[in-house]
Design a protein around this ligand. Structure first.
Ligand code: CA
Length: 380
């Protein structure tokens, strides 16, 4: 089995209702879908994440300009060899960002090919499933023009509760005083049982973040996400000592090299690598091992299409809980609730929550099939 064709599909769709978060307005959702075809007629699918405002053409260019020539003629089973070759080739101008986003997508497609060729889901190839289903948390609370906050967010929170969610994540980062009132109002509205997280998307400095944490202690958040700039390791270390709620980050860290200093410094209570951005299966397995050695749990970041969602579920299935004990603290699935046609239609029926849980796809590879019509419809 040799790779004979590398197809890159940058996809994009304007949003019916544009929204904003702390870093700007989002008018479209984009992604990069990777399709690897072998000389014996097999197809593997992968995805490179486009972060909030990221154009899909950047990661696509890495694959088309650099990785295609590495991949053509290669055996997909040489997946780690290919990972190292892609990383090393782009090292002078890569090491993170779109370069590693692109490697991640290719790596997922290689693992999908391996899984399809042996007829097994990827979680069976990377160690087996610690769980057959995972608890999702709803990611939403994006702000829209003329929105009324916190009133609109309380309505949204109650819709998640009605749908069966036991956990959700707020968007914050709109000013410390506004965030404090917002978080406390949501907690008051939904009661003490819901698991609530809050994501600032790097909106604050340490002083502001400390004030936010101090004034929301009563809301008992499960974690605060990306309160600080993604480079501020020492700042996160300070917050970790100050907050009784978990301090989380990691969607803007890349590969084992990116994570190693953070884990060694114990700068975070919880790390959030994204399978489609931080390195794919090959590298996230290594990041997970580093995290286990540093006694730091992981709840992956998930924000892509149905392909990324299915692949992330394969990875989460194989992620050990930390610590392994009778009363496990299980990883969760980040389940984006924004309007997003790639999440459902791209993989036909989509992946949905049932009885408060999301099942790990059991089919070969990533476990879902891709709808080519949808792919063509949204191609850039
Ligand atoms: Ca986030």
């Amino acid at each position: 089995m040799k790779i004979s064709e590398v197809r890159v599909h940058p996809i994009s769709v304007p949003l019916e209702t544009p929204f904003y978060f702390s870093q700007g307005w989002v008018h479209q959702r984009s992604s990069v879908i990777i399709e690897l075809i072998t000389d014996d007629g097999q197809t593997g699918w992968g995805e490179s994440l486009c972060h909030g405002l990221q154009p899909p053409q950047i990661a696509a260019a890495f694959i088309e300009q650099v990785f295609r020539s590495i991949l053509i003629g290669a055996d997909p089973f040489d997946v780690e060899l290919l990972w190292e070759r892609m990383y090393n080739t782009t090292q002078p101008y890569g090491q993170g960002g779109a370069a590693v986003n692109a490697i991640s997508g290719v790596d997922i497609a290689l693992w999908d090919l391996i899984g399809r060729s042996v007829g097994k889901p990827i979680h069976k190839l990377i160690g087996g499933a610690f769980r057959a289903e995972v608890q999702p948390y709803a990611t939403g609370f994006y702000r829209i023009e003329n929105g009324n906050y916190p009133a609109d967010a309380i309505v949204e929170a109650k819709s998640y509760i009605d749908a069966g969610f036991k956990a959700f994540k707020l968007k914050i980062g709109f000013g410390v005083d506004e965030d404090i009132a917002f978080i406390n109002a949501i907690r008051d509205a939904v009661g003490p049982e819901m698991r609530i997280m809050a994501d600032a998307n790097s909106a604050y400095s340490v002083g502001s973040a400390r004030r936010l944490i101090d004034a929301t202690r009563g809301a008992n958040l499960y974690f605060y996400e990306e309160l600080l700039a993604p480079e501020d390791l020492k700042g996160y270390r300070e917050l970790k000592g100050f907050s009784s709620s978990r301090i989380a980050a990691g969607e803007q860290l890349f590969g084992k090299q990116g994570y190693a200093p953070w884990l060694e410094a114990r700068a975070l209570d919880l790390i959030q690598p994204d399978l489609c951005s931080s390195g794919g299966f090959s590298e996230l397995k290594k990041i997970a091992a580093l995290a286990q050695a540093a006694h730091t749990p992981m709840i992956p970041h998930v924000w892509g299409s149905g392909i990324g969602l299915a692949a992330s579920l394969q990875f989460i299935a194989a992620l050990p809980s930390l610590p392994l004990t009778l009363n496990l603290v299980e990883p969760m699935l980040e389940f984006d609730r924004s309007s997003h046609p790639f999440r459902r239609e791209l993989i036909f029926d989509g992946i949905e929550m049932q009885n408060g849980k999301v099942q790990i796809p059991a089919g070969p590879g990533i476990g879902v099939e891709v709808n080519r019509e949808v792919l063509e419809q949204y191609r850039v």
